[in-house]
Design a protein around this ligand. Structure first.
Ligand code: HEM
Length: 319
Protein backbone atom coordinates (compact mmCIF):
# COMPACT_ATOMS: atom_id res chain seq x y z
CA UNK A 1 0.00 0.00 0.00
CA UNK A 2 1.78 3.18 -1.16
CA UNK A 3 -1.03 5.69 -1.49
CA UNK A 4 -0.74 9.05 0.29
CA UNK A 5 -3.49 10.29 2.61
CA UNK A 6 -5.75 12.05 0.06
CA UNK A 7 -6.26 8.86 -1.97
CA UNK A 8 -6.45 6.37 0.91
CA UNK A 9 -9.71 5.16 2.41
CA UNK A 10 -11.07 3.13 5.33
CA UNK A 11 -9.36 2.38 8.66
CA UNK A 12 -5.83 2.95 7.36
CA UNK A 13 -6.79 6.44 6.20
CA UNK A 14 -8.40 7.17 9.59
CA UNK A 15 -5.29 6.00 11.44
CA UNK A 16 -2.79 7.97 9.36
CA UNK A 17 -5.04 11.02 9.45
CA UNK A 18 -5.14 10.80 13.25
CA UNK A 19 -1.33 10.77 13.34
CA UNK A 20 -1.08 13.83 11.10
CA UNK A 21 -3.88 15.69 12.90
CA UNK A 22 -1.53 16.02 15.86
CA UNK A 23 0.65 18.27 13.74
CA UNK A 24 -2.25 20.09 12.04
CA UNK A 25 -4.78 20.68 14.82
CA UNK A 26 -5.48 24.34 15.64
CA UNK A 27 -3.51 23.99 18.86
CA UNK A 28 -0.40 22.35 17.46
CA UNK A 29 1.41 24.78 15.17
CA UNK A 30 1.20 27.99 17.27
CA UNK A 31 4.76 28.86 16.29
CA UNK A 32 3.89 28.31 12.63
CA UNK A 33 0.93 30.69 12.94
CA UNK A 34 3.17 33.31 14.56
CA UNK A 35 5.66 32.85 11.78
CA UNK A 36 2.85 33.30 9.18
CA UNK A 37 1.64 36.50 10.89
CA UNK A 38 5.16 37.96 11.05
CA UNK A 39 5.98 37.01 7.47
CA UNK A 40 2.70 38.42 6.16
CA UNK A 41 3.23 41.73 7.98
CA UNK A 42 6.78 42.03 6.63
CA UNK A 43 5.72 41.23 3.03
CA UNK A 44 2.77 43.64 2.98
CA UNK A 45 4.86 46.38 4.66
CA UNK A 46 7.57 45.95 2.03
CA UNK A 47 5.01 46.08 -0.80
CA UNK A 48 3.46 49.27 0.61
CA UNK A 49 6.89 50.87 0.97
CA UNK A 50 7.74 50.04 -2.65
CA UNK A 51 4.33 51.32 -3.75
CA UNK A 52 3.79 48.41 -6.12
CA UNK A 53 4.03 44.64 -6.21
CA UNK A 54 2.94 41.49 -8.00
CA UNK A 55 0.65 40.02 -5.33
CA UNK A 56 1.30 36.49 -6.59
CA UNK A 57 5.08 36.70 -6.60
CA UNK A 58 5.79 39.15 -3.78
CA UNK A 59 3.19 38.14 -1.17
CA UNK A 60 1.25 34.96 -1.97
CA UNK A 61 4.19 32.89 -3.19
CA UNK A 62 6.10 33.45 0.02
CA UNK A 63 3.60 32.49 2.73
CA UNK A 64 2.11 28.99 2.17
CA UNK A 65 5.34 27.31 1.23
CA UNK A 66 7.04 28.87 4.21
CA UNK A 67 4.32 27.50 6.54
CA UNK A 68 4.55 23.95 5.17
CA UNK A 69 8.34 24.08 5.04
CA UNK A 70 8.30 25.16 8.71
CA UNK A 71 6.13 22.15 9.55
CA UNK A 72 8.30 19.76 7.52
CA UNK A 73 11.45 21.56 8.70
CA UNK A 74 12.78 21.96 5.16
CA UNK A 75 16.15 23.77 5.37
CA UNK A 76 15.78 27.46 4.35
CA UNK A 77 18.38 27.08 1.58
CA UNK A 78 16.18 24.52 -0.25
CA UNK A 79 12.93 26.46 -0.13
CA UNK A 80 13.20 28.64 -3.24
CA UNK A 81 13.89 25.70 -5.55
CA UNK A 82 10.92 23.82 -4.04
CA UNK A 83 8.70 26.82 -4.74
CA UNK A 84 9.74 26.85 -8.40
CA UNK A 85 9.00 23.14 -8.70
CA UNK A 86 5.63 23.18 -6.95
CA UNK A 87 4.45 26.04 -9.19
CA UNK A 88 5.21 23.94 -12.25
CA UNK A 89 3.92 20.63 -10.88
CA UNK A 90 0.17 21.32 -11.05
CA UNK A 91 -0.17 24.29 -13.35
CA UNK A 92 1.71 26.49 -15.79
CA UNK A 93 1.67 29.81 -17.53
CA UNK A 94 0.76 28.29 -20.89
CA UNK A 95 -0.35 25.06 -22.58
CA UNK A 96 3.06 24.52 -24.25
CA UNK A 97 4.86 24.56 -20.94
CA UNK A 98 2.59 22.24 -19.03
CA UNK A 99 3.27 18.59 -19.82
CA UNK A 100 7.06 18.24 -19.79
CA UNK A 101 7.71 20.77 -17.05
CA UNK A 102 5.14 19.37 -14.71
CA UNK A 103 6.45 15.77 -14.98
CA UNK A 104 10.03 16.84 -14.40
CA UNK A 105 9.01 19.03 -11.45
CA UNK A 106 7.00 16.27 -9.81
CA UNK A 107 9.93 13.87 -10.14
CA UNK A 108 12.30 16.40 -8.61
CA UNK A 109 10.00 17.02 -5.64
CA UNK A 110 9.79 13.26 -5.00
CA UNK A 111 13.59 12.88 -5.16
CA UNK A 112 14.04 15.83 -2.84
CA UNK A 113 11.77 14.31 -0.19
CA UNK A 114 13.32 10.85 -0.58
CA UNK A 115 16.64 12.36 0.49
CA UNK A 116 15.12 14.44 3.28
CA UNK A 117 13.18 11.43 4.63
CA UNK A 118 16.32 9.28 4.64
CA UNK A 119 18.10 11.97 6.68
CA UNK A 120 15.18 12.22 9.14
CA UNK A 121 15.06 8.44 9.61
CA UNK A 122 18.67 8.66 10.73
CA UNK A 123 18.31 11.87 12.74
CA UNK A 124 14.65 12.48 13.66
CA UNK A 125 13.51 15.92 14.81
CA UNK A 126 10.28 17.59 15.88
CA UNK A 127 8.77 17.89 12.38
CA UNK A 128 6.23 16.16 10.13
CA UNK A 129 8.80 14.31 7.98
CA UNK A 130 10.20 12.76 11.18
CA UNK A 131 6.65 12.05 12.42
CA UNK A 132 5.90 10.19 9.18
CA UNK A 133 9.12 8.16 9.35
CA UNK A 134 8.41 7.10 12.93
CA UNK A 135 4.65 6.66 13.19
CA UNK A 136 2.97 3.26 13.14
CA UNK A 137 -0.11 2.63 11.03
CA UNK A 138 -1.72 -0.82 11.04
CA UNK A 139 0.99 -1.87 13.51
CA UNK A 140 3.83 -1.05 11.08
CA UNK A 141 6.06 1.87 10.15
CA UNK A 142 5.30 3.63 6.86
CA UNK A 143 7.51 2.57 3.96
CA UNK A 144 9.95 5.07 2.45
CA UNK A 145 7.61 5.42 -0.51
CA UNK A 146 4.65 6.26 1.75
CA UNK A 147 6.65 8.87 3.65
CA UNK A 148 7.79 10.52 0.43
CA UNK A 149 4.34 10.50 -1.18
CA UNK A 150 2.77 12.03 1.92
CA UNK A 151 5.37 14.83 1.99
CA UNK A 152 4.67 15.38 -1.71
CA UNK A 153 0.94 15.61 -1.16
CA UNK A 154 1.37 18.01 1.76
CA UNK A 155 3.56 20.35 -0.21
CA UNK A 156 1.40 20.28 -3.33
CA UNK A 157 -1.85 20.30 -1.36
CA UNK A 158 -0.93 23.26 0.77
CA UNK A 159 1.18 25.49 -1.39
CA UNK A 160 -0.41 26.53 -4.65
CA UNK A 161 -4.00 26.18 -3.37
CA UNK A 162 -3.43 28.75 -0.65
CA UNK A 163 -1.40 30.97 -2.98
CA UNK A 164 -4.30 31.10 -5.43
CA UNK A 165 -6.74 31.91 -2.62
CA UNK A 166 -4.51 34.79 -1.47
CA UNK A 167 -4.14 36.32 -4.95
CA UNK A 168 -7.84 35.74 -5.60
CA UNK A 169 -8.65 37.61 -2.39
CA UNK A 170 -6.84 40.74 -3.58
CA UNK A 171 -8.34 40.46 -7.08
CA UNK A 172 -11.82 40.20 -5.58
CA UNK A 173 -11.23 43.23 -3.34
CA UNK A 174 -10.09 45.23 -6.38
CA UNK A 175 -13.20 44.22 -8.30
CA UNK A 176 -15.49 44.96 -5.36
CA UNK A 177 -14.27 48.28 -3.91
CA UNK A 178 -17.35 48.68 -1.70
CA UNK A 179 -16.46 45.36 0.03
CA UNK A 180 -12.86 46.49 0.45
CA UNK A 181 -13.98 49.79 2.01
CA UNK A 182 -16.40 48.06 4.41
CA UNK A 183 -13.70 45.62 5.47
CA UNK A 184 -11.12 48.42 5.85
CA UNK A 185 -13.54 50.33 8.06
CA UNK A 186 -13.69 47.33 10.39
CA UNK A 187 -17.26 46.44 9.48
CA UNK A 188 -16.60 42.74 8.83
CA UNK A 189 -14.88 40.14 11.02
CA UNK A 190 -11.79 38.68 9.39
CA UNK A 191 -12.89 35.05 10.11
CA UNK A 192 -16.12 35.71 8.20
CA UNK A 193 -14.27 37.38 5.33
CA UNK A 194 -11.84 34.44 5.06
CA UNK A 195 -14.74 32.04 4.41
CA UNK A 196 -16.05 34.19 1.55
CA UNK A 197 -12.56 34.38 0.05
CA UNK A 198 -12.45 30.57 0.18
CA UNK A 199 -15.88 30.24 -1.45
CA UNK A 200 -15.20 32.87 -4.08
CA UNK A 201 -11.79 31.62 -5.14
CA UNK A 202 -12.34 27.81 -4.93
CA UNK A 203 -8.71 27.04 -5.91
CA UNK A 204 -9.29 23.28 -6.41
CA UNK A 205 -12.03 22.96 -8.97
CA UNK A 206 -12.97 19.33 -8.48
CA UNK A 207 -12.31 16.03 -6.71
CA UNK A 208 -12.86 12.44 -7.79
CA UNK A 209 -14.84 9.80 -5.91
CA UNK A 210 -16.07 6.25 -6.47
CA UNK A 211 -19.74 5.87 -5.52
CA UNK A 212 -20.17 3.20 -2.84
CA UNK A 213 -23.97 3.04 -3.22
CA UNK A 214 -26.33 3.81 -6.07
CA UNK A 215 -28.28 7.07 -5.90
CA UNK A 216 -30.67 9.11 -8.03
CA UNK A 217 -29.54 12.73 -8.06
CA UNK A 218 -31.46 15.50 -9.83
CA UNK A 219 -32.87 13.06 -12.36
CA UNK A 220 -29.54 11.29 -13.05
CA UNK A 221 -28.58 7.84 -11.77
CA UNK A 222 -25.18 7.18 -10.22
CA UNK A 223 -24.50 3.45 -9.81
CA UNK A 224 -22.38 1.87 -7.08
CA UNK A 225 -18.83 1.69 -8.47
CA UNK A 226 -19.24 4.68 -10.82
CA UNK A 227 -16.40 7.17 -10.76
CA UNK A 228 -17.81 10.65 -10.31
CA UNK A 229 -16.35 14.16 -10.30
CA UNK A 230 -17.45 16.56 -7.59
CA UNK A 231 -17.27 20.13 -8.86
CA UNK A 232 -16.57 22.23 -5.77
CA UNK A 233 -16.59 25.33 -7.95
CA UNK A 234 -20.17 24.65 -9.08
CA UNK A 235 -21.33 23.71 -5.56
CA UNK A 236 -19.97 27.01 -4.26
CA UNK A 237 -22.19 28.94 -6.69
CA UNK A 238 -25.30 26.84 -6.02
CA UNK A 239 -28.27 29.19 -5.72
CA UNK A 240 -30.12 26.73 -3.50
CA UNK A 241 -27.31 26.91 -0.92
CA UNK A 242 -26.25 30.57 -1.20
CA UNK A 243 -28.22 33.82 -1.58
CA UNK A 244 -26.82 35.84 -4.47
CA UNK A 245 -24.12 33.22 -5.15
CA UNK A 246 -22.46 35.32 -7.86
CA UNK A 247 -21.76 38.22 -5.51
CA UNK A 248 -18.58 38.51 -3.43
CA UNK A 249 -19.99 39.39 0.01
CA UNK A 250 -17.38 39.34 2.75
CA UNK A 251 -20.03 39.35 5.48
CA UNK A 252 -21.76 36.23 4.09
CA UNK A 253 -22.85 34.02 6.96
CA UNK A 254 -23.55 31.14 7.12
CA UNK A 255 -21.19 30.17 4.35
CA UNK A 256 -21.40 26.40 3.76
CA UNK A 257 -18.81 26.36 0.96
CA UNK A 258 -17.08 23.16 -0.12
CA UNK A 259 -13.69 24.69 -0.95
CA UNK A 260 -11.96 22.63 1.74
CA UNK A 261 -14.13 19.54 1.02
CA UNK A 262 -16.45 17.71 3.40
CA UNK A 263 -16.38 14.44 5.33
CA UNK A 264 -13.46 12.08 6.03
CA UNK A 265 -11.13 13.82 3.54
CA UNK A 266 -11.86 17.35 4.82
CA UNK A 267 -8.74 19.42 4.17
CA UNK A 268 -6.11 18.62 6.75
CA UNK A 269 -4.49 22.03 6.30
CA UNK A 270 -7.75 24.01 6.66
CA UNK A 271 -6.56 25.68 9.82
CA UNK A 272 -3.30 26.72 8.19
CA UNK A 273 -4.98 28.00 5.02
CA UNK A 274 -7.43 30.06 7.07
CA UNK A 275 -4.58 31.48 9.19
CA UNK A 276 -2.66 32.53 6.07
CA UNK A 277 -5.63 34.19 4.36
CA UNK A 278 -6.65 35.88 7.63
CA UNK A 279 -3.13 37.24 8.20
CA UNK A 280 -2.95 38.82 4.74
CA UNK A 281 -6.46 40.29 4.97
CA UNK A 282 -5.64 41.87 8.35
CA UNK A 283 -2.39 43.33 7.05
CA UNK A 284 -4.04 44.76 3.93
CA UNK A 285 -6.70 46.32 6.15
CA UNK A 286 -4.20 47.77 8.64
CA UNK A 287 -1.45 48.90 6.26
CA UNK A 288 -2.93 49.67 2.83
CA UNK A 289 -4.92 52.77 1.89
CA UNK A 290 -5.66 52.39 -1.83
CA UNK A 291 -4.94 49.52 -4.22
CA UNK A 292 -5.31 49.51 -8.01
CA UNK A 293 -4.31 47.05 -10.73
CA UNK A 294 -1.46 48.13 -13.02
CA UNK A 295 -1.71 45.27 -15.55
CA UNK A 296 -4.35 42.72 -16.50
CA UNK A 297 -4.21 39.65 -14.21
CA UNK A 298 -2.87 36.42 -15.73
CA UNK A 299 -4.76 33.21 -14.99
CA UNK A 300 -3.06 29.91 -14.19
CA UNK A 301 -3.23 27.28 -16.95
CA UNK A 302 -4.70 24.15 -15.34
CA UNK A 303 -7.82 21.99 -15.47
CA UNK A 304 -7.58 21.26 -11.74
CA UNK A 305 -6.58 24.55 -10.14
CA UNK A 306 -8.31 27.85 -10.71
CA UNK A 307 -6.95 31.31 -10.06
CA UNK A 308 -4.49 34.04 -10.93
CA UNK A 309 -0.73 33.63 -11.02
CA UNK A 310 0.22 37.22 -11.72
CA UNK A 311 -1.52 40.30 -10.32
CA UNK A 312 0.42 43.56 -10.55
CA UNK A 313 -0.90 46.34 -8.35
CA UNK A 314 0.03 49.78 -7.05
CA UNK A 315 -0.68 50.50 -3.38
CA UNK A 316 -0.54 53.44 -1.03
CA UNK A 317 -0.08 53.37 2.75
CA UNK A 318 -3.03 53.80 5.07
CA UNK A 319 -3.40 57.39 6.31
C1 HEM B 1 -6.96 27.42 0.23
C2 HEM B 1 -6.16 26.40 0.41
C3 HEM B 1 -6.57 24.97 0.31
C4 HEM B 1 -7.54 24.40 -0.44
C5 HEM B 1 -8.49 25.08 -1.42
C6 HEM B 1 -7.53 22.98 -0.16
C7 HEM B 1 -8.44 22.07 -0.68
C8 HEM B 1 -8.55 20.75 -0.29
C9 HEM B 1 -9.56 19.84 -0.73
C10 HEM B 1 -10.70 20.18 -1.70
C11 HEM B 1 -9.31 18.63 -0.16
C12 HEM B 1 -10.10 17.32 -0.35
C13 HEM B 1 -9.61 16.57 -1.55
C14 HEM B 1 -10.51 15.41 -1.86
O1 HEM B 1 -11.60 15.33 -1.31
O2 HEM B 1 -10.14 14.58 -2.69
C15 HEM B 1 -8.12 18.77 0.64
C16 HEM B 1 -7.52 17.76 1.35
C17 HEM B 1 -6.27 17.88 1.90
N1 HEM B 1 -5.55 19.05 2.08
FE1 HEM B 1 -6.10 20.89 1.51
N2 HEM B 1 -6.53 22.71 0.72
C18 HEM B 1 -5.90 23.90 1.04
C19 HEM B 1 -4.85 24.07 1.91
C20 HEM B 1 -4.12 23.03 2.46
C21 HEM B 1 -2.94 23.16 3.27
C22 HEM B 1 -2.33 24.49 3.71
C23 HEM B 1 -2.49 21.89 3.51
C24 HEM B 1 -1.28 21.42 4.30
C25 HEM B 1 -0.23 22.02 4.52
C26 HEM B 1 -3.41 20.96 2.92
C27 HEM B 1 -3.33 19.59 2.97
C28 HEM B 1 -4.34 18.72 2.64
C29 HEM B 1 -4.30 17.28 2.86
C30 HEM B 1 -3.12 16.50 3.46
C31 HEM B 1 -5.51 16.75 2.41
C32 HEM B 1 -5.96 15.29 2.42
C33 HEM B 1 -6.84 15.01 3.62
C34 HEM B 1 -7.38 13.60 3.62
O3 HEM B 1 -7.49 13.00 2.55
O4 HEM B 1 -7.72 13.09 4.70
N3 HEM B 1 -4.39 21.68 2.28
N4 HEM B 1 -7.68 20.09 0.56
Amino acid sequence: MTDPLPVMDGPRHTELRRVLMKAFSPRAPASVVDSIANASRALVTEAVERGRCDVARDIAAQLPLRAICDLLDVPPADRQQLLTRTSKALGAESAEELAADSWVSRGEILFYFAELAARRRREPGDDIVSLLTQCRVGGQNLTDEEVVLNCYSLILGGDETTRLALVGAVAALLENPEQWRTYQAGGIATETAVEEVLRWTTPTLHAGRTATVGIDLHGRTVRAGDVVTLWNAAANRDGSAFDEPDRFLLSRSPNPHLTLAFGPHFCLGAFLARAEIGAVLCDLRDLVGEMRPTAPPRRVYSNFLSGIDSLAIALTPVR
